[in-house]
Ligand binder design. Structure first.
Ligand SMILES: *[C@@H]1O[C@H](CO)[C@@H](O)[C@H](O)[C@H]1NC(C)=O
Ligand SMILES: *[C@@H]1O[C@H](CO)[C@@H](O)[C@H](O)[C@H]1NC(C)=O
Ligand SMILES: *[C@@H]1O[C@H](CO)[C@@H](O)[C@H](O)[C@H]1NC(C)=O
Ligand SMILES: *[C@@H]1O[C@H](CO)[C@@H](O)[C@H](O)[C@H]1NC(C)=O
Ligand SMILES: *[C@@H]1O[C@H](CO)[C@@H](O)[C@H](O)[C@H]1NC(C)=O
Ligand SMILES: *[C@@H]1O[C@H](CO)[C@@H](O)[C@H](O)[C@H]1NC(C)=O
Ligand SMILES: *[C@@H]1O[C@H](CO)[C@@H](O)[C@H](O)[C@H]1NC(C)=O
Ligand SMILES: *[C@@H]1O[C@H](CO)[C@@H](O)[C@H](O)[C@H]1NC(C)=O
Length: 793
């Protein structure tokens, strides 16, 4: 052994191993054991170390994988022998030993120790710590939905998700919230073996589990050293949890708006909460992995992850993808937020084909408020800040002569805005704080103009002064009016909550495809309600309350974070109705039945009013009523995913880190599956080589009526020629699988000029329509299939 860098770990290898076997006991028993003091030198940092499998560890010496991992850490440690003997628990710098999600561990190591490790045959790689973020928008908080599943008897068929456990990884949960009342809930199913680390009075038959994961995070974020139980905090986690599975709460409202009975998508499902994110900090990768590792053994049925990272590497690098694969193998569907960095291309995150990647759309609810101008023109915006009596008189209308965003109080004072209505562009400080500044300056009301990129979408907030929020285009009309007259005036008319607005519209912030890590798989998969969603919160942050006002327990938030738990809740309903379905089947059911038209029966649009592309909405907007009975599903298992990973050109060790704890494979000895042939509910054809024709295979499983016939309908623009063979699928039994081949070519025989969209539907009488979007990508210049996993330039 080379001693130059590590010689201080002087125990013979076997002795260290044996010692650590014992120490592992106390380590496991007291995971929060203090590491403080001797390890705070700044030389150590957190690493995720991936090790080889199979690497036979001596089962006599190491009872389980955790004690083996501990011995690997100890084998390169620089601890003096004396320290080992004095305080056994302090020596192991093992943070987590993973069992399900990866073959590896998280540990505190020096760069020299990592170097030393890398010389061992068991070592694959060591990744420095990494932070993930919750997927809220920078102007979060909006308003809501509770409907969706209410129409049609979906709650009846699915018993409101009874007996299903939704695991939620997020920033904390306000356990005392009425949405988490256990009244009327049955106890969790016997398979549940998770923990509730809250004090005993808090968990109940609704909130059945609650744990904090901060063993890795505490090293990088000061103040997380003590357990931060997820109680009485967690704006984000309380909102996502109550969206997925909140109990019914009558009279929910935000400042009098959106009044109604609040309830999650699966009101009788159980919630198991895993705190992995910390406010204003983020979510540590290795804590996320540990939470998924435990959740799979605890017995969750669905995992809801409203977190992600734009810079994540390939599928073997990212906890959502790694955890999601193990979850799928445990029969657990992972529903993950697709990100809020739209509307630019290639912004979508969490793109692995075994997770369902969720984008955001609007709902049909608006909080309408009208600005009446002195010219007589009335323009509609939205408001959650209705005063008791704003009065009918016209007031002077001004715009901020500073930066336009009303961020400088001295400017507003110099303008003398007393009693006036002031126009402020969005931007600068968060709007809630901005409202306070404007109120202090003496203004009577505020008009906030949204950024242009938001199009028609408005995300209203409760503000401390009467406020109307306006789309950019309408804001320009108001500004033009101000310029047109020497003494502009305006007034506000508040119209309250209004339904049946055109919806859904793709949310401007919702991240878009193409998929950077697997171009042949369309992402996002689906969109769900994610704009102005009403759900539970501990309190509304920054809200100034009058003396007799009660702090509202519901708030309106926007983001793909809000959309993902809707999909999790619908998945719980499907799982209740069809307990034996695989995660891929549940996902397929939601995708092939999603709505691709809006409530005006027109194709779903983007914020600019043009039809939304598949890169914005995937298969469309979830329709719970149809998803519960889809007719056919496209099923997938490890037998599909492994050849797909080999087909992406991943090296064996990457494939094996993903598929752990499944048996290791060698791609050279496996069939390879091209991305287009992965049995996915959407179809992506890359036409990048002459003769600009590809054949794509699919296998449909009958989950509808035993004896049934499906006829194909293809709807593509004239620039494409698509053939399906056979054109009829005749099923004779439930769970029968029939194959078909889709041949896609350009009508001209030349390369497609740009992306082309179409759709394929299998139709069985009036009962079932099973739809797959068809996306045809123009080529990148004849690159091989293996390089398609790489990001397009
Ligand atoms: C591994 O073995 C140690 C020592 O026997 C024990 O304390 C620990 O709980 C075990 N871990 C697992 C995951 O079984
Ligand atoms: C479902 O509908 C049936 C028939 O209307 C009714 O008897 C049953 O109580 C309903 N079940 C639930 C869970 O609502
Ligand atoms: C348990 O939590 C409840 C709800 O937050 C709180 O009221 C109570 O004081 C706590 N009990 C203990 C012993 O901490
Ligand atoms: C500001 O305007 C209000 C209303 O027009 C007026 O009453 C007040 O005197 C003005 N204050 C100053 C300092 O000019
Ligand atoms: C709105 O919520 C508050 C509590 O936040 C409650 O006091 C009030 O009754 C609710 N309003 C309606 C109309 O239900
Ligand atoms: C899908 O595949 C899985 C795993 O092979 C299998 O258990 C399941 O029965 C199949 N069908 C459905 C509808 O999930
Ligand atoms: C697709 O299906 C056809 C017909 O069953 C078969 O000949 C072909 O090998 C399949 N292609 C792939 C890539 O699986
Ligand atoms: C359908 O396709 C699957 C996967 O390619 C294959 O294993 C199966 O044999 C095919 N079934 C028929 C009836 O051709």
């Amino acid at each position: 052994m080379d001693n130059r860098n590590h010689g201080r770990c002087s125990l013979p290898r076997l002795a260290v191993g044996a010692a650590v076997l014992l120490f592992a006991v106390s380590l496991a028993a007291t995971p929060a054991a203090s590491h403080a003091g001797h390890d705070d030198t700044g030389l150590h940092s957190n690493y995720l170390v991936i090790v080889r499998k199979p690497y036979a560890y001596d089962t006599n010496l190491y009872k389980n994988v955790s004690s083996w991992h501990a011995s690997l850490v100890a084998s390169v440690c620089d601890m003096a022998k004396e320290a080992l003997e004095k305080d056994p628990s302090s020596v192991s710098r093992l943070i987590y030993s993973y069992r399900n999600v990866v073959n590896g561990f998280a540990a505190r190591l020096t760069p020299e120790e990592v170097q030393e490790m890398s010389k061992n045959d068991w070592f694959i790689r060591a990744d420095p710590e990494k932070t993930y973020q919750l997927q809220t928008t920078h102007t979060p908080q909006l308003l809501g939905l509770m409907g969706g599943a209410r129409r049609g008897g979906v709650w009846n068929t699915s018993n409101m998700g009874e007996g299903i456990i939704i695991g939620i990884l997020d920033d904390g949960i306000y356990a005392g919230h009425p949405s988490f009342d256990g009244e009327g809930m049955k106890p969790p199913p016997a398979k549940w073996s998770g923990r509730c680390d809250f004090n005993k009075t808090v968990c109940n038959n609704k909130l059945i589990g609650a744990r904090s994961y901060f063993e890795s995070a505490k090293w990088k974020w000061k103040g997380l050293r003590d357990p931060v139980l997820p109680i009485n905090e967690g704006q984000h986690g309380t909102h996502t949890s109550s969206t997925a599975a909140g109990s019914f709460v009558p009279g929910a409202n935000v400042s009098g708006y959106a009044v109604g009975t609040a309830g999650g998508m699966a009101p009788r499902a159980h919630i198991a909460f895993y705190q992995v994110c910390y406010v204003e900090k983020g979510c540590d990768r290795d804590d996320i992995l540990a939470a998924v590792d435990d959740a799979l053994e605890d017995g969750v049925d669905i995992l809801s992850l409203s977190l992600g990272d734009e810079q994540a590497g390939d599928f073997s690098d990212d906890p959502v993808s790694l955890g999601g694969y193990s979850a799928a193998m445990h029969g657990v569907l992972v529903s993950a937020a697709g990100g809020n960095t739209g509307p630019g291309p290639s912004t979508v995150v969490n793109e692995a084909p075994w997770v369902i990647t969720v984008g955001a759309g609007t709902t049909d609810r608006r909080f309408v408020a009208t600005v009446k101008l002195g010219s007589g023109v009335s323009l509609d915006g939205e408001s959650l800040s209705e005063p008791k009596d704003f009065g009918a008189e016209m007031r002077p209308l001004v715009h901020d002569v500073g930066d336009g965003m009303c961020t400088t109080e001295s400017v507003l004072r110099a303008m003398n805005v007393t009693g006036k209505i002031i126009i402020c562009d969005a931007g600068g400080d968060v709007s809630v704080a901005k409202a306070k500044l404007v109120l202090r300056s003496g203004a009577a009301g505020m008009i906030v103009i949204a950024p242009q990129v938001y199009g028609s979408v408005i995300v209203p907030r409760p503000h401390v002064l009467p406020t109307v929020q306006m789309p950019f285009m309408i804001g320009q009309k108001i500004k033009a009016y101000i310029r047109s007259t020497p003494s502009p005036t305006a007034n506000f008319i508040f119209k309250g909550t209004v339904f049946k607005a055109k919806s859904p519209v793709a949310a401007p912030f919702s991240s878009r495809g193409p998929n950077r890590r697997s171009r042949g798989i369309l992402k996002p998969d689906i969109i769900g309600p994610g704009v102005n969603i009403l759900a539970g919160v501990p309190k509304i942050e920054d809200l100034a309350l009058g003396a007799e006002e009660v702090m509202p327990k519901f708030d309106i938030k926007s983001g793909t974070s809000m959309a993902a738990p809707h999909i999790s809740g619908v998945a719980a309903l499907i799982k209740n109705a069809h307990p034996t379905w695989s995660p891929a089947a549940i996902k397929s059911a939601m995708m092939t039945t999603a709505d691709y038209t809006d409530n005006l029966r027109k194709p779903i649009t983007d914020v600019d009013g043009t039809p939304a592309t598949y890169y914005a909405i995937g298969a469309g907007y979830v329709n719970a009523r149809k998803a519960i009975d889809p007719g056919l599903v496209y099923n997938l298992s490890s037998l599909d995913y492994i050849p797909y990973l080999c087909g992406l050109g991943y090296k064996d060790q990457k494939v094996n880190s993903i598929i752990h704890p499944g048996p290791a494979v060698e791609c050279a000895k496996m069939p390879k599956v091209d991305q287009k042939d992965l049995n996915y509910p959407s179809i992506t054809a890359v036409l990048d080589m002459e003769p600009y024709e590809v054949s794509i295979n699919r296998s449909a499983t009958n989950v509808g009526t035993a004896t049934s016939t499906y006829a194909v309908e293809v709807d593509v623009p004239a620039t494409l020629a698509v053939e399906v063979n056979p054109a009829k699928l005749e099923f004779r039994a439930l769970n029968e699988v029939l194959n078909y081949t889709v041949t896609v070519k350009t009508a001209s025989g030349k390369a497609p000029a740009s992306t082309i969209e179409g759709q394929l539907k299998w139709v069985s009488g009036k009962k079932y329509v099973v739809r797959s979007p068809i996306l045809v990508c123009a080529g990148t210049g004849g690159k091989s299939a293996a390089s398609m996993g790489a990001a397009p330039a």
